[in-house]
Write a protein that binds this ligand. Structure first.
Ligand code: UDX
Length: 443
Protein backbone atom coordinates (compact mmCIF):
# COMPACT_ATOMS: atom_id res chain seq x y z
CA UNK A 1 0.00 0.00 0.00
CA UNK A 2 1.29 3.45 -0.91
CA UNK A 3 1.71 6.77 0.89
CA UNK A 4 -0.24 9.29 -1.15
CA UNK A 5 -0.93 13.04 -1.06
CA UNK A 6 -3.89 14.59 -2.87
CA UNK A 7 -3.81 18.35 -3.48
CA UNK A 8 -7.23 19.99 -3.78
CA UNK A 9 -10.37 18.71 -2.06
CA UNK A 10 -13.10 19.61 -4.55
CA UNK A 11 -15.29 16.83 -5.95
CA UNK A 12 -12.45 15.13 -7.76
CA UNK A 13 -9.75 15.45 -5.09
CA UNK A 14 -11.87 14.54 -2.10
CA UNK A 15 -13.57 11.55 -3.71
CA UNK A 16 -10.22 10.33 -5.07
CA UNK A 17 -8.53 10.66 -1.68
CA UNK A 18 -11.36 9.01 0.19
CA UNK A 19 -11.61 6.12 -2.30
CA UNK A 20 -7.83 5.51 -2.29
CA UNK A 21 -7.83 5.38 1.53
CA UNK A 22 -10.79 3.01 1.50
CA UNK A 23 -8.83 0.42 -0.50
CA UNK A 24 -6.01 0.62 2.05
CA UNK A 25 -3.64 3.41 0.97
CA UNK A 26 -2.34 6.00 3.44
CA UNK A 27 -3.74 9.30 2.15
CA UNK A 28 -3.20 12.93 3.13
CA UNK A 29 -5.49 15.48 1.45
CA UNK A 30 -4.14 19.03 1.22
CA UNK A 31 -6.21 22.16 0.81
CA UNK A 32 -5.44 25.83 1.39
CA UNK A 33 -8.86 26.49 2.97
CA UNK A 34 -8.30 26.19 6.74
CA UNK A 35 -12.00 26.06 7.69
CA UNK A 36 -12.73 23.39 5.11
CA UNK A 37 -9.80 21.30 6.36
CA UNK A 38 -10.99 21.59 9.98
CA UNK A 39 -14.45 20.36 8.98
CA UNK A 40 -13.05 17.48 6.95
CA UNK A 41 -10.82 16.44 9.88
CA UNK A 42 -14.06 15.92 11.82
CA UNK A 43 -15.45 13.79 8.99
CA UNK A 44 -17.76 16.46 7.54
CA UNK A 45 -17.73 16.57 3.74
CA UNK A 46 -17.83 20.11 2.28
CA UNK A 47 -19.96 18.85 -0.61
CA UNK A 48 -23.27 17.00 -0.75
CA UNK A 49 -22.41 13.64 -2.26
CA UNK A 50 -24.40 10.51 -1.36
CA UNK A 51 -22.33 8.07 0.74
CA UNK A 52 -19.25 10.27 0.99
CA UNK A 53 -19.48 11.21 4.70
CA UNK A 54 -19.73 7.57 5.70
CA UNK A 55 -16.70 6.38 3.69
CA UNK A 56 -14.77 9.46 4.82
CA UNK A 57 -15.49 8.79 8.49
CA UNK A 58 -14.53 5.11 8.46
CA UNK A 59 -11.15 5.89 6.90
CA UNK A 60 -10.42 8.79 9.27
CA UNK A 61 -11.21 6.45 12.18
CA UNK A 62 -9.00 3.74 10.69
CA UNK A 63 -6.12 6.27 10.57
CA UNK A 64 -5.74 6.02 6.78
CA UNK A 65 -7.12 9.46 5.86
CA UNK A 66 -5.75 12.83 7.00
CA UNK A 67 -6.35 16.45 6.05
CA UNK A 68 -3.93 19.36 6.28
CA UNK A 69 -3.23 22.85 4.95
CA UNK A 70 0.51 22.32 5.28
CA UNK A 71 2.22 21.28 2.03
CA UNK A 72 5.47 20.44 3.78
CA UNK A 73 3.72 18.02 6.14
CA UNK A 74 1.39 16.76 3.39
CA UNK A 75 4.17 15.88 0.94
CA UNK A 76 6.53 14.45 3.54
CA UNK A 77 7.44 10.83 2.72
CA UNK A 78 4.80 10.51 -0.03
CA UNK A 79 5.57 8.29 -3.03
CA UNK A 80 2.72 9.63 -5.12
CA UNK A 81 1.12 13.11 -5.28
CA UNK A 82 -2.23 13.61 -7.02
CA UNK A 83 -3.04 17.08 -8.40
CA UNK A 84 -6.79 17.69 -8.23
CA UNK A 85 -7.09 21.47 -8.05
CA UNK A 86 -9.60 23.39 -10.17
CA UNK A 87 -9.00 24.55 -13.73
CA UNK A 88 -11.72 27.23 -13.97
CA UNK A 89 -12.79 28.77 -17.23
CA UNK A 90 -11.24 32.08 -18.25
CA UNK A 91 -13.35 34.68 -20.00
CA UNK A 92 -12.14 33.51 -23.44
CA UNK A 93 -13.13 29.89 -22.65
CA UNK A 94 -9.59 28.61 -22.08
CA UNK A 95 -8.67 26.75 -18.88
CA UNK A 96 -7.07 28.85 -16.15
CA UNK A 97 -4.01 26.91 -14.98
CA UNK A 98 -2.82 29.20 -12.17
CA UNK A 99 -3.73 26.70 -9.41
CA UNK A 100 -1.99 23.87 -11.26
CA UNK A 101 1.15 25.99 -11.62
CA UNK A 102 1.10 26.82 -7.91
CA UNK A 103 0.89 23.14 -6.96
CA UNK A 104 3.79 22.34 -9.31
CA UNK A 105 5.91 24.97 -7.55
CA UNK A 106 4.81 23.69 -4.10
CA UNK A 107 5.82 20.15 -5.06
CA UNK A 108 9.19 21.38 -6.31
CA UNK A 109 9.81 23.26 -3.07
CA UNK A 110 8.76 20.57 -0.61
CA UNK A 111 9.49 17.06 -1.93
CA UNK A 112 12.58 15.40 -0.52
CA UNK A 113 12.04 11.95 -2.03
CA UNK A 114 11.37 10.50 -5.50
CA UNK A 115 7.72 11.00 -6.47
CA UNK A 116 5.22 10.20 -9.18
CA UNK A 117 2.98 13.22 -9.78
CA UNK A 118 -0.49 12.31 -11.05
CA UNK A 119 -2.75 14.86 -12.73
CA UNK A 120 -6.45 14.29 -12.06
CA UNK A 121 -7.54 17.82 -12.99
CA UNK A 122 -8.83 18.25 -16.54
CA UNK A 123 -6.02 20.02 -18.37
CA UNK A 124 -5.33 20.94 -22.00
CA UNK A 125 -3.05 18.70 -24.02
CA UNK A 126 0.56 19.45 -23.18
CA UNK A 127 -0.12 20.63 -19.60
CA UNK A 128 1.43 17.56 -17.98
CA UNK A 129 4.68 18.25 -19.83
CA UNK A 130 4.44 21.85 -18.66
CA UNK A 131 3.86 20.73 -15.03
CA UNK A 132 6.89 18.44 -15.17
CA UNK A 133 9.19 21.12 -16.55
CA UNK A 134 7.91 23.65 -14.00
CA UNK A 135 8.63 21.21 -11.16
CA UNK A 136 12.09 20.51 -12.56
CA UNK A 137 12.80 24.24 -12.91
CA UNK A 138 11.94 24.96 -9.25
CA UNK A 139 13.14 21.66 -7.74
CA UNK A 140 15.05 22.24 -4.48
CA UNK A 141 16.21 18.69 -3.67
CA UNK A 142 17.95 16.19 -5.95
CA UNK A 143 15.04 13.77 -6.48
CA UNK A 144 13.39 12.00 -9.43
CA UNK A 145 9.96 13.32 -10.44
CA UNK A 146 7.80 11.52 -13.01
CA UNK A 147 4.36 12.48 -14.29
CA UNK A 148 1.19 10.54 -15.10
CA UNK A 149 -2.07 11.80 -16.58
CA UNK A 150 -4.97 10.02 -14.87
CA UNK A 151 -8.18 11.84 -15.89
CA UNK A 152 -11.29 11.53 -13.74
CA UNK A 153 -14.67 10.51 -15.12
CA UNK A 154 -16.81 10.58 -11.98
CA UNK A 155 -20.31 12.01 -12.08
CA UNK A 156 -21.57 14.25 -9.34
CA UNK A 157 -24.30 12.63 -7.34
CA UNK A 158 -22.85 9.18 -7.93
CA UNK A 159 -19.18 10.01 -7.45
CA UNK A 160 -18.58 7.47 -4.68
CA UNK A 161 -20.25 4.71 -6.68
CA UNK A 162 -18.28 5.70 -9.80
CA UNK A 163 -14.96 5.66 -7.92
CA UNK A 164 -15.48 1.96 -7.19
CA UNK A 165 -17.37 1.01 -10.37
CA UNK A 166 -15.99 3.13 -13.22
CA UNK A 167 -15.91 1.79 -16.80
CA UNK A 168 -12.14 2.29 -17.07
CA UNK A 169 -9.17 3.96 -15.46
CA UNK A 170 -7.01 5.85 -17.95
CA UNK A 171 -3.30 5.97 -17.14
CA UNK A 172 -1.23 8.10 -19.49
CA UNK A 173 2.50 8.09 -18.96
CA UNK A 174 5.66 8.36 -21.00
CA UNK A 175 7.52 6.45 -18.27
CA UNK A 176 6.71 2.74 -18.02
CA UNK A 177 7.74 2.68 -14.36
CA UNK A 178 5.53 5.62 -13.32
CA UNK A 179 2.56 4.13 -15.21
CA UNK A 180 3.12 0.79 -13.45
CA UNK A 181 3.05 2.51 -10.05
CA UNK A 182 -0.34 4.11 -10.76
CA UNK A 183 -1.76 0.91 -12.26
CA UNK A 184 -0.68 -0.94 -9.11
CA UNK A 185 -2.29 1.70 -6.84
CA UNK A 186 -5.60 1.24 -8.68
CA UNK A 187 -5.54 -2.57 -8.72
CA UNK A 188 -7.75 -2.96 -5.59
CA UNK A 189 -10.62 -1.21 -7.44
CA UNK A 190 -10.75 -4.09 -9.94
CA UNK A 191 -11.46 -1.67 -12.83
CA UNK A 192 -9.80 -2.14 -16.23
CA UNK A 193 -6.74 0.09 -16.53
CA UNK A 194 -6.16 1.50 -20.00
CA UNK A 195 -2.52 2.48 -20.57
CA UNK A 196 -1.53 5.14 -23.06
CA UNK A 197 0.82 8.11 -23.46
CA UNK A 198 0.39 11.38 -21.54
CA UNK A 199 -1.05 13.48 -24.37
CA UNK A 200 -3.55 10.85 -25.48
CA UNK A 201 -4.80 10.55 -21.88
CA UNK A 202 -5.27 14.31 -21.69
CA UNK A 203 -7.21 14.20 -24.94
CA UNK A 204 -9.38 11.23 -23.87
CA UNK A 205 -10.93 13.32 -21.10
CA UNK A 206 -11.89 16.26 -23.34
CA UNK A 207 -13.02 14.03 -26.19
CA UNK A 208 -15.22 11.96 -23.85
CA UNK A 209 -16.98 14.96 -22.34
CA UNK A 210 -17.37 16.62 -25.74
CA UNK A 211 -18.88 13.44 -27.17
CA UNK A 212 -21.37 13.09 -24.31
CA UNK A 213 -22.34 16.76 -24.65
CA UNK A 214 -22.82 16.17 -28.38
CA UNK A 215 -25.18 13.28 -27.65
CA UNK A 216 -27.26 15.54 -25.41
CA UNK A 217 -27.46 18.43 -27.87
CA UNK A 218 -28.26 15.98 -30.66
CA UNK A 219 -31.17 14.42 -28.80
CA UNK A 220 -32.43 17.86 -27.78
CA UNK A 221 -32.51 18.95 -31.42
CA UNK A 222 -34.37 15.75 -32.33
CA UNK A 223 -36.79 16.51 -29.47
CA UNK A 224 -37.44 20.00 -30.82
CA UNK A 225 -38.23 18.50 -34.23
CA UNK A 226 -40.43 15.82 -32.62
CA UNK A 227 -42.58 18.55 -31.08
CA UNK A 228 -43.19 20.11 -34.48
CA UNK A 229 -43.90 16.87 -36.36
CA UNK A 230 -45.99 15.24 -33.63
CA UNK A 231 -43.55 12.47 -32.64
CA UNK A 232 -42.61 11.42 -29.11
CA UNK A 233 -38.91 11.77 -28.18
CA UNK A 234 -39.09 9.08 -25.50
CA UNK A 235 -40.11 6.47 -28.08
CA UNK A 236 -37.62 7.84 -30.61
CA UNK A 237 -34.73 7.68 -28.12
CA UNK A 238 -35.74 4.18 -27.00
CA UNK A 239 -35.86 2.97 -30.59
CA UNK A 240 -32.52 4.59 -31.39
CA UNK A 241 -30.83 3.24 -28.26
CA UNK A 242 -31.68 -0.35 -29.19
CA UNK A 243 -28.96 -0.07 -31.83
CA UNK A 244 -25.90 -1.19 -29.88
CA UNK A 245 -23.78 1.29 -31.81
CA UNK A 246 -25.86 4.15 -30.41
CA UNK A 247 -26.74 2.89 -26.91
CA UNK A 248 -29.45 4.10 -24.55
CA UNK A 249 -27.36 6.38 -22.35
CA UNK A 250 -27.25 10.17 -22.66
CA UNK A 251 -30.29 10.28 -24.91
CA UNK A 252 -32.54 11.98 -22.37
CA UNK A 253 -33.93 15.14 -23.90
CA UNK A 254 -34.33 18.10 -21.57
CA UNK A 255 -33.34 21.71 -21.02
CA UNK A 256 -29.69 21.19 -21.86
CA UNK A 257 -26.62 20.14 -19.93
CA UNK A 258 -25.09 22.12 -17.06
CA UNK A 259 -22.62 21.36 -14.29
CA UNK A 260 -18.96 21.86 -13.65
CA UNK A 261 -17.64 19.81 -16.58
CA UNK A 262 -19.55 19.79 -19.86
CA UNK A 263 -19.96 23.58 -20.33
CA UNK A 264 -16.35 24.27 -19.30
CA UNK A 265 -14.69 21.37 -21.10
CA UNK A 266 -16.56 21.83 -24.39
CA UNK A 267 -15.54 25.50 -24.51
CA UNK A 268 -11.96 24.63 -23.56
CA UNK A 269 -11.76 22.04 -26.36
CA UNK A 270 -12.97 24.52 -28.98
CA UNK A 271 -10.22 26.84 -27.71
CA UNK A 272 -7.60 24.09 -27.85
CA UNK A 273 -8.66 23.52 -31.47
CA UNK A 274 -8.68 27.26 -32.24
CA UNK A 275 -5.12 27.54 -30.95
CA UNK A 276 -4.00 25.21 -33.73
CA UNK A 277 -6.21 27.03 -36.26
CA UNK A 278 -8.83 24.31 -36.27
CA UNK A 279 -12.44 25.43 -36.22
CA UNK A 280 -14.25 22.69 -34.28
CA UNK A 281 -17.55 23.40 -36.05
CA UNK A 282 -19.44 20.44 -34.62
CA UNK A 283 -18.61 21.29 -31.01
CA UNK A 284 -19.37 24.98 -31.51
CA UNK A 285 -22.83 23.94 -32.72
CA UNK A 286 -23.27 21.63 -29.70
CA UNK A 287 -22.61 24.61 -27.39
CA UNK A 288 -25.00 26.90 -29.31
CA UNK A 289 -27.76 24.28 -29.27
CA UNK A 290 -27.29 23.83 -25.52
CA UNK A 291 -27.53 27.56 -24.80
CA UNK A 292 -30.70 27.72 -26.84
CA UNK A 293 -32.16 24.68 -25.11
CA UNK A 294 -31.93 26.47 -21.74
CA UNK A 295 -34.67 28.74 -23.11
CA UNK A 296 -37.00 25.93 -24.25
CA UNK A 297 -39.35 26.09 -21.25
CA UNK A 298 -39.71 29.86 -21.16
CA UNK A 299 -40.40 30.00 -24.90
CA UNK A 300 -43.04 27.32 -24.49
CA UNK A 301 -44.65 29.15 -21.58
CA UNK A 302 -44.75 32.37 -23.59
CA UNK A 303 -46.40 30.68 -26.54
CA UNK A 304 -48.99 28.94 -24.33
CA UNK A 305 -49.74 31.69 -21.82
CA UNK A 306 -49.05 34.73 -23.98
CA UNK A 307 -47.46 37.36 -21.79
CA UNK A 308 -45.72 36.25 -18.57
CA UNK A 309 -46.14 39.73 -17.07
CA UNK A 310 -47.44 39.44 -13.50
CA UNK A 311 -47.59 35.63 -13.63
CA UNK A 312 -46.45 33.60 -10.64
CA UNK A 313 -44.11 30.79 -11.63
CA UNK A 314 -43.17 27.92 -9.29
CA UNK A 315 -39.68 26.68 -10.06
CA UNK A 316 -39.22 23.06 -8.97
CA UNK A 317 -35.55 22.20 -8.78
CA UNK A 318 -32.49 24.43 -9.00
CA UNK A 319 -29.45 22.10 -9.03
CA UNK A 320 -28.04 21.27 -12.48
CA UNK A 321 -29.11 17.66 -11.92
CA UNK A 322 -30.55 15.54 -9.07
CA UNK A 323 -28.57 14.22 -6.06
CA UNK A 324 -26.28 17.22 -5.93
CA UNK A 325 -26.36 20.69 -4.41
CA UNK A 326 -24.19 21.97 -7.26
CA UNK A 327 -25.51 25.07 -9.01
CA UNK A 328 -22.61 25.53 -11.43
CA UNK A 329 -23.97 26.32 -14.92
CA UNK A 330 -27.42 25.18 -13.85
CA UNK A 331 -30.10 26.06 -16.43
CA UNK A 332 -32.18 27.32 -13.44
CA UNK A 333 -30.18 30.56 -13.47
CA UNK A 334 -30.80 31.44 -17.13
CA UNK A 335 -34.44 30.35 -16.91
CA UNK A 336 -35.25 32.47 -13.86
CA UNK A 337 -33.43 35.46 -15.36
CA UNK A 338 -35.65 35.24 -18.45
CA UNK A 339 -38.79 34.83 -16.38
CA UNK A 340 -37.97 37.90 -14.30
CA UNK A 341 -37.19 39.90 -17.45
CA UNK A 342 -40.58 38.85 -18.83
CA UNK A 343 -42.22 40.29 -15.69
CA UNK A 344 -42.99 37.02 -13.87
CA UNK A 345 -42.58 36.35 -10.14
CA UNK A 346 -40.41 33.29 -9.44
CA UNK A 347 -40.91 31.14 -6.33
CA UNK A 348 -38.30 28.40 -6.11
CA UNK A 349 -37.82 25.15 -4.23
CA UNK A 350 -35.02 22.58 -4.34
CA UNK A 351 -34.61 19.72 -1.82
CA UNK A 352 -30.83 20.24 -1.38
CA UNK A 353 -29.40 23.09 -3.46
CA UNK A 354 -31.30 26.06 -2.00
CA UNK A 355 -28.41 27.45 0.10
CA UNK A 356 -26.00 27.38 -2.83
CA UNK A 357 -28.69 28.70 -5.16
CA UNK A 358 -29.28 31.80 -3.05
CA UNK A 359 -25.68 32.89 -3.76
CA UNK A 360 -25.91 32.61 -7.55
CA UNK A 361 -29.53 32.95 -8.63
CA UNK A 362 -30.74 36.30 -9.94
CA UNK A 363 -32.05 38.79 -7.37
CA UNK A 364 -35.82 38.80 -7.07
CA UNK A 365 -36.32 35.02 -6.84
CA UNK A 366 -37.97 33.95 -3.59
CA UNK A 367 -37.50 30.60 -1.89
CA UNK A 368 -39.89 28.29 -0.05
CA UNK A 369 -39.48 25.11 1.95
CA UNK A 370 -41.59 22.60 0.01
CA UNK A 371 -43.35 21.82 -3.27
CA UNK A 372 -46.83 22.72 -1.99
CA UNK A 373 -45.73 26.20 -0.93
CA UNK A 374 -44.05 26.79 -4.27
CA UNK A 375 -47.17 25.75 -6.19
CA UNK A 376 -49.64 27.74 -4.08
CA UNK A 377 -51.49 30.18 -6.32
CA UNK A 378 -49.01 29.72 -9.19
CA UNK A 379 -50.01 30.29 -12.83
CA UNK A 380 -47.27 27.95 -14.08
CA UNK A 381 -44.86 25.37 -12.69
CA UNK A 382 -41.42 24.83 -14.27
CA UNK A 383 -39.72 21.50 -13.53
CA UNK A 384 -36.01 22.22 -13.88
CA UNK A 385 -34.36 19.32 -12.01
CA UNK A 386 -35.68 15.75 -12.09
CA UNK A 387 -35.44 15.09 -8.35
CA UNK A 388 -37.06 11.80 -7.27
CA UNK A 389 -39.32 13.84 -4.97
CA UNK A 390 -40.89 15.59 -7.98
CA UNK A 391 -41.21 12.42 -10.04
CA UNK A 392 -43.03 10.72 -7.14
CA UNK A 393 -45.55 13.55 -6.64
CA UNK A 394 -49.25 12.79 -6.68
CA UNK A 395 -50.22 14.88 -9.71
CA UNK A 396 -53.33 16.16 -7.95
CA UNK A 397 -51.03 18.47 -5.94
CA UNK A 398 -50.63 20.67 -9.04
CA UNK A 399 -54.37 20.93 -9.57
CA UNK A 400 -55.08 21.46 -5.86
CA UNK A 401 -52.43 24.12 -5.20
CA UNK A 402 -52.06 26.11 -8.41
CA UNK A 403 -54.25 28.97 -9.64
CA UNK A 404 -53.88 27.47 -13.14
CA UNK A 405 -52.40 23.96 -13.44
CA UNK A 406 -49.99 24.75 -16.30
CA UNK A 407 -46.95 22.51 -15.90
CA UNK A 408 -43.83 23.01 -18.06
CA UNK A 409 -41.66 19.97 -17.49
CA UNK A 410 -38.04 20.39 -18.63
CA UNK A 411 -37.12 16.84 -17.62
CA UNK A 412 -40.02 14.69 -18.85
CA UNK A 413 -40.82 13.44 -15.35
CA UNK A 414 -44.34 12.14 -15.96
CA UNK A 415 -46.00 9.54 -18.10
CA UNK A 416 -48.33 11.19 -20.65
CA UNK A 417 -51.10 8.62 -20.10
CA UNK A 418 -51.07 9.32 -16.35
CA UNK A 419 -51.16 13.06 -16.95
CA UNK A 420 -54.11 12.57 -19.30
CA UNK A 421 -56.13 11.26 -16.32
CA UNK A 422 -55.72 14.62 -14.53
CA UNK A 423 -56.74 18.22 -15.16
CA UNK A 424 -53.16 19.32 -15.81
CA UNK A 425 -52.14 21.34 -18.84
CA UNK A 426 -48.83 19.64 -19.38
CA UNK A 427 -46.01 20.66 -21.71
CA UNK A 428 -42.80 18.61 -21.74
CA UNK A 429 -39.78 18.30 -24.06
CA UNK A 430 -40.16 16.57 -27.42
CA UNK A 431 -43.54 15.07 -26.54
CA UNK A 432 -47.08 16.04 -27.44
CA UNK A 433 -48.75 18.41 -24.95
CA UNK A 434 -51.59 17.12 -22.75
CA UNK A 435 -54.42 19.61 -22.42
CA UNK A 436 -57.75 18.96 -20.66
CA UNK A 437 -56.99 15.23 -20.57
CA UNK A 438 -56.26 15.00 -24.28
CA UNK A 439 -52.82 14.07 -25.53
CA UNK A 440 -51.56 16.03 -28.52
CA UNK A 441 -54.05 18.90 -28.34
CA UNK A 442 -52.61 22.39 -28.69
CA UNK A 443 -53.41 24.65 -25.73
C1 UDX B 1 -20.01 14.67 -16.34
C2 UDX B 1 -19.50 13.34 -16.93
O1 UDX B 1 -20.58 12.39 -16.98
C3 UDX B 1 -18.35 12.81 -16.11
O2 UDX B 1 -17.85 11.64 -16.70
C4 UDX B 1 -17.27 13.88 -16.05
O3 UDX B 1 -16.19 13.47 -15.26
C5 UDX B 1 -17.83 15.18 -15.51
O4 UDX B 1 -18.96 15.60 -16.27
P1 UDX B 1 -21.59 15.39 -14.31
O5 UDX B 1 -21.39 16.79 -14.76
O6 UDX B 1 -21.49 15.07 -12.87
O7 UDX B 1 -20.56 14.41 -15.05
O8 UDX B 1 -23.06 14.97 -14.74
P2 UDX B 1 -23.82 14.07 -15.82
O9 UDX B 1 -24.63 13.07 -15.11
O10 UDX B 1 -22.91 13.56 -16.87
O11 UDX B 1 -24.83 15.15 -16.44
C6 UDX B 1 -24.33 16.35 -17.02
C7 UDX B 1 -25.48 17.20 -17.52
O12 UDX B 1 -26.08 16.60 -18.66
C8 UDX B 1 -26.61 17.42 -16.52
O13 UDX B 1 -27.04 18.77 -16.61
C9 UDX B 1 -27.71 16.47 -16.99
O14 UDX B 1 -28.98 16.91 -16.64
C10 UDX B 1 -27.49 16.51 -18.49
N1 UDX B 1 -27.95 15.29 -19.20
C11 UDX B 1 -27.32 14.10 -18.99
C12 UDX B 1 -29.02 15.39 -20.09
O15 UDX B 1 -29.59 16.46 -20.30
N2 UDX B 1 -29.40 14.25 -20.77
C13 UDX B 1 -28.78 13.05 -20.59
O16 UDX B 1 -29.20 12.09 -21.24
C14 UDX B 1 -27.72 12.97 -19.67
Amino acid sequence: MKKIAVVGTGYVGLVTGVALSDVGHQVTCIDIDQKKVERMQKGVSPIYEPGLDEVMMRNIEAGRLQFTTDHHEGFSGKEVIYIAVGTPEREDGTADLQYIDQVAKDIATHVKQDVVVVTKSTVPVGTNDHILSLIQEYLVHDVRVEIVSNPEFLREGSAVYDAFNGDRIVVGSDSQRAGDVIEEINKPFGIYCYRTDVRSAEMIKYASNAFLATKISFINEIANICEKVGANIEDVATGMGMDGRIGHQFLRAGIGYGGSCFPKDTKALTQIAANIDHNFELLNAVIRVNNHQHRALTEKAKSVLGSLEGKRVAMLGLAFKPNTDDMRESPAMAISQELILAGATVVAYDPIAMDNAKNVMPAGVSYVQNVEEALQGADAAFIVTDWKEFKALDLSVYVDQMAEANVFDGRNCYDLDKVALTKLNYYSIGRPPVVRGLVGVKG
